[in-house]
Design a binder for this molecule. Structure first.
Ligand code: 6R9
Length: 654
């Protein structure tokens, strides 16, 4: 990274000490770092002891055949029993597991741990009746309704391997995942609610199953959610309420091997077909439940809310498996957030731990603080962030406006592949720095290295690597051990390369700089997209920014920025009919914040940015616009019409 780039983030000097009362009762304290460093296997064994095991393990970690790890070797457990039955057995059956908030106003449902256990047992019995058994694959394509968690846990209970495909993905995406993992059953719904209206899901399943290569599916299990008409294929399609509701609520759960596959989650690679990330049972459940307890300082009376969709790894680790294994009461939200609707949920359910993504925070910043200011959010005590680097300005806004300056913000770095949070502040320990994920959690070994795999000194940037195995690590890519080795372990032998750029500040704390493929090279200077975006967002008129490097004859690459204005600034610009002045002002602002080298060649003011369902900006599409190319594949966008808006804008301004 260029010195110029690094010095910009290093000028961030704000620090937020943990609140004293929180620190005094924190689940994890400073001593954990040393203890874990001196014997990480003992540390993780203690974390695994928080779960219920059938048979205890003989060996914590088998790393004799890297990069193929085995955790808690010889142990047996059942993930569903850990997430449901055991809380009932401990006398907590009446505790609410899910406060489900459906999209149509007033459509709400509370499900206790006792009810959840019954539902999972019924669904497990139904799977058996449908011929699904241990090791079979089940594709789940559902909206955010309680049945999606029930379906996942029912699979885990019988030892079937689920692959959840985001409900907004196309029939093609669904088909390719079904084919890759050779699923036997699809669990879906007639439809779900999105932005106030019923949107169909079942037709996409029907379309996917028409493809000739999709030949292993025997049954389609359909939840009636919206009541809309659906095509029905007799013999193949069965209603959830016909098959599941009549099942007994007793189900004897088998204890599965610790390394028994739990699920496959597909994630896009930079090239080629999606990668099927394989997670297994014992290590994954240990890693997710322990970090959920540690990073959010979870207490028994907390009400937790993670806004992620279940079709994303965050929904798996921090909505289903981690929180439920911990017996947490949580909110599950079906809808798309309207102005204020999230804050109302926090007020209504007295949410105390809130976990969301920077992209959402910036959207709310754009709407102005008057909206959240209208709600009582004094129940909140901890705020989390995940998915991309959080700009210092967004962090400060989140802390102040949502957290009332009281709540620590935990910026959690991790990946589909890591399964669990890896780098994050601990709310009772860490003096947080806005924009930094700080340091690796106790028991986790991360470093920032240079091209030769040498750790960089403090104050320098490089590549983020993980240097020791961890419990929830991916075990392989489904059916492709070679691609697993090539993708993550081949750059530097023995090191897991995460694909992210990062820097260590003068204290050795870690700042994520975005994917390395998001690093630009402008006239020989390495510039990070994240830092220029942060600089733009620190301008009072800017709500959100995305930056890409476009090929440039003179400079190699040039910085091209796409900017969404705050609502107040949009009104002002409309009144004054100005646009170009503002662009000049923003370019000057970046030059001032980072240096003239980072000044965008062009800035486009746009109404929306293209984002995936998990909130990541698809810079590849913006790059197509910046380089005047045909825009590539938009099928994984949350809203594919966004690119049309941007292209229209482009043709009127150039
Ligand atoms: C959990 C999740 C993983 C990639 C990762 C990185 C980015 C996630 C971040 C972050 C900076 C954070 N990322 N959390 N970057 N700070 N706190 O998002 O998984 O969808 O697999 O994405 O997301 O680039 O490599 P996944």
């Amino acid at each position: 990274m260029s010195e110029q780039t690094l010095s910009n983030l290093s000028t961030e000097t704000r620090r937020f000490e943990p609140p004293a009362d929180l620190a005094a009762q924190a689940n994890v304290t400073e001593e954990a770092y040393d203890r874990a460093a001196s014997d990480s296997e003992a540390y993780w064994a203690e974390a695994a002891d928080r779960l219920d095991w059938g048979q205890k393990w003989d060996q914590v970690l088998d790393w004799s055949n890297p990069p193929f790890a085995k955790w808690f070797v010889g142990g047996t457990l059942n993930a569903a029993v850990n997430c449901a039955d055991r809380h009932v057995a401990a006398g907590r059956g009446d505790k609410v597991a899910l406060h489900w908030v459906g999209e149509p106003e007033g459509d709400r449902r509370d499900i206790t741990y006792a009810e959840l256990t019954d539902l999972v047992c019924q669904a497990a019995n139904a799977l058996t009746e449908l011929g699904v058994g241990k090791g079979d694959r089940v594709a789940i394509y559902m909206p955010m309704i309680p049945e999606v968690a029930v379906a996942m846990l029912a699979c885990a209970r019988v030892g079937a391997i689920h692959t959840v495909v985001f409900g907004g993905f196309s029939a093609d995406a669904l088909a390719s995942r079904i084919v890759d993992c050779e699923a036997k059953l699809v669990i879906t719904a007639d439809g779900g609610f999105r932005r106030g209206s019923a949107s169909a899901l079942k037709p996409a399943v029907d379309e996917a199953l028409l493809k000739s290569e999709v030949d292993k599916i025997e049954k389609v299990l359909v939840v009636r959610r919206t009541g809309q008409d659906v095509e029905w294929q007799e013999g193949r399609d069965v209603w959830w309420h016909d098959v599941v509701d009549r099942q007994p609520t007793e189900h004897e759960a088998e204890m599965h091997d610790s390394e028994h596959p739990l699920f496959v989650m597909y994630t896009s690679g930079s090239t080629g077909k999606p990668k099927g990330i394989l997670h297994t049972t014992g290590g994954y459940l240990t890693g997710t439940s322990f970090t959920h307890w540690a990073v959010f300082d979870l207490k028994d009376d907390d009400v937790y809310w993670c806004t992620a969709d279940v079709g994303w790894i965050t929904g798996h680790s921090y909505m289903v498996y981690g929180p439920l294994a911990n017996g947490t009461t949580q909110v599950m939200f079906e809808g798309t957030p309207e102005k204020g609707s999230w804050w109302k949920v926090i007020e209504d359910y007295k949410v105390s731990i809130f976990y969301t993504a920077p992209t959402a925070i910036r959207t709310f910043m754009k709407q102005g603080r008057e909206i959240p200011d209208g709600y009582d959010m004094s129940s909140l005590r901890i705020l989390g962030s995940v998915g991309e680097p959080i700009n210092p300005e967004a962090y400060i806004w989140y802390r102040e406006v949502i957290g009332g300056n009281r709540c620590p913000v935990v910026d959690t770095w991790w990946q589909t592949e890591t399964g669990q949070i890896m780098i994050s502040p601990l709310p009772g320990v860490t003096a947080g720095k806005p924009g930094s994920a700080m340091r690796a959690l106790p028991g986790i070994a991360a470093d920032v290295v240079d091209d030769e795999a040498k750790p960089v000194p403090n104050g320098s940037g490089g590549y983020l690597v993980l240097t020791e195995p961890w419990p929830a690590m991916l075990r392989t890519l489904w059916g492709d051990d070679q691609r697993f080795k090539d993708t993550y372990w081949s750059r530097w032998p023995g090191l897991y390369f995460a694909g992210d750029g990062a820097k260590k500040d003068d204290d050795g704390d870690i700042w994520l700089l975005g994917r390395v493929d998001d690093v630009m090279n402008v006239s020989g200077h390495r510039l990070s997209t994240t830092e220029i975006e942060s600089a733009l967002v620190s301008h009072p008129k800017v709500a959100e920014a995305a930056v890409v490097g476009a090929t440039d004859d003179t400079t190699g690459q040039a910085v091209v920025a796409f900017v969404i204005l705050r609502e107040s600034a949009v009104a002002e610009a409309d009144e004054q009919g100005e646009g170009s002045d503002l662009v000049a002002e923003l370019r000057a602002h970046v030059a001032h914040e980072i240096g003239p080298i980072a000044k965008p060649r062009s800035i486009m003011i746009v109404p929306e940015l293209p984002k995936t369902r998990s909130g990541k900006i698809m810079r590849r599409l913006l790059k197509d616009v910046a380089e005047h190319r045909e825009v590539g594949d938009v099928t994984t966008l949350a809203d594919s019409s966004v690119m049309d808006l941007i292209k229209q804008q482009e043709s009127t301004t150039t």
